[in-house]
Structure formats: C-alpha cells, structure tokens
Ligand binder design. Structure first.
Ligand SMILES: Nc1nc2c(ncn2[C@@H]2O[C@H](COP(=O)(O)OP(=O)(O)OP(=O)(O)O)[C@@H](O)[C@H]2O)c(=O)[nH]1
Ligand SMILES: [Mg+2]
Length: 241
C-alpha cells in the first residue's frame, strides 16, 4: 500500500523536464558554472560566473562566483532549474572553434536553443553571425524555439537588442546578395523558410553580470518549451506525425 501511494504521489507531483542548450562564440558570456564540464568521459572543473550561474543564482539560491574565476568552457556545463511544475536542464556548451563541432550532437534532444552574442564586441559580430546562421539552418532544430541574447548590456559600448537584430538582418541581406551574385537565385522555399525563421526570431538584451533580462529570458524559455510541447501533443493526438 505504501509503495502504491508513494508511486501515485510521485506520478502526481512529477515535473516535466526540458533540455535547453546555450551556445555562441567563445567569450560571449554563456557560462557561469561551478558545475563540472564533461568532455567525452573526462571531467574538468571550470568555475565562472555569467549567464548560467546567474540563472542558478536567481532560481536556485546558489551564490555566483567572482568574474576572475571565469575560464573557457571545454565540453559542457550543466545547470538545473527547478520551477513549480517544470525542470529546465541547461547545457552550456563551449564556444571555441574546436568545441563548436560538438553542438550538433545536442540538437536532436533539445527543446530550445539559446544563442548568446557579445553585444559589445563589434569586431566579432560578423563571425558570430556566420556561426548563428549555421545554427539557424540546422535541420534538426528548425522547429525548436530559438532565442538570441544580446549579452553584456551593462557595458556602455553594447549594442541594444534592437541594434543587434538590425545588425544580423543587415548581415543576412548582404550574405544573400553575395550568394545570389555568385551562385544565382536561392530556391524560393528555402528563402521563405529563412524569412519566417528570422521574422519570428526573438532577441532579448541581458547582462549575465548584473542580471538584467535574465528572468525575462528564462520566462520566455519556460513558456516556449511548454507551448511547443503542447503543439507536438496536439499534432500527435490528431495523427499529425
Ligand atoms: N561586462 C560584462 N562582461 C561579461 C558578461 N558576461 C560575461 N562577461 C565576461 O565575458 C568573458 C567571457 O565569459 P564566459 O562566460 O567565459 O564566456 P563563454 O561564452 O562561456 O565562453 P566559452 O566558454 O569559451 O564558450 C568573461 O570575462 C566574463 O566576465 C556581461 O554580462 N557583462
Ligand atoms: Mg563558457
């Protein structure tokens, strides 16, 4: 009887779990972790305090670390945020060039993607957009909620979320014009698909250091993963798959 009641209680109070990956160029400010980094079985520790640590600090009451303790992520950092009905599992992936090739391994199982851009580093925006563009076009995550975060809003040199969106759209227009001159017209369906993806893209300004915008970003993720789960459930109950 005890086991039956325990099982029933666990069933009724169980939380839905979602996986969210945090990606972007090295130095964008994704990390924030005292958690361990797992590199194909090896375990290393890279303490730092930025986006992920700020989330953990705000939601889990764990204190963040000093910025001086930040180190580049090798592999991944993991953060778990427990909300009343939901658990969000964040996977912060290393953004150095050699690390980016592992991102796609997470695509199949993630429920949302966060791409962090350093809004104060104008020199690396172009490199950031090239990488962002390849993420945007990855077939496994075409229908997965995607949030672009313009980090480092505490810095007076930072571009705002609106300016960051504009910069990406300008970069994208130039890229398409260049490709058209070199290779001819893009396929219409591909163009339309990209247009829709970019039009529905949400861009938010945050500061991982002082915390501005972090709660709004987590709220956005919470709502979007719930909604896309509901859409999937609706489709499968209607035999849509
Ligand atoms: N001013 C300011 N600096 C920040 C912010 N977030 C991160 N930084 C700084 O940016 C640098 C890089 O931060 P990380 O969190 O290590 O960057 P990352 O994106 O995890 O980099 P990789 O692990 O190499 O992919 C550190 O020196 C941070 O202190 C922010 O919101 N504002
Ligand atoms: Mg990192």
């Amino acid at each position: 009887m005890y086991h039956l009641l325990k099982g029933l209680h666990e069933y009724l109070t169980r939380k839905e779990e979602f996986s969210i990956i945090i990606i972007g160029l090295d130095g964008a400010g994704k990390t924030a972790c005292t958690t361990t980094s797992h590199v194909f079985g090896r375990t290393e520790s890279h303490p730092s305090q930025t986006f992920l640590e700020k989330i953990k600090t705000l939601y889990n009451d764990t204190p963040g670390l000093e910025p001086s303790q930040i180190g580049p992520t090798v592999g991944q950092n993991i953060g778990k945020v427990s909300l009343p009905s939901t658990i969000l599992n964040f996977f912060d992936l290393g953004g150095q060039r050699g690390m980016r090739s592992i991102w796609h391994r997470y695509y199949d199982d993630c429920h949302a993607v966060v791409f962090v851009i350093d809004a104060q580093d104008r020199e690396r925006l172009g490199e950031g957009w090239e990488v962002f563009d390849s993420v945007l076009s990855a077939p496994q995550i075409l229908n997965v909620p995607l949030l672009l975060l313009a980090n480092k809003q505490d810095s007076p040199d930072s571009l705002s979320a609106t300016e960051i969106r504009h910069d990406y759209e300008t970069w994208d227009r130039h890229r398409r014009e260049y490709a058209r001159r070199r290779f001819g017209e893009d396929e219409e369906t591909e163009l339309e698909r990209r247009r829709q993806r970019i039009a529905s893209l949400d861009v938010m300004g945050i500061s991982a250091l002082d915390g501005q915008g972090i709660r709004e970003a987590v709220d956005w993720l919470f709502l979007r993963v719930q909604n896309s789960r509901r859409e999937v459930d609706d489709k499968s109950s209607k035999g849509g798959w």
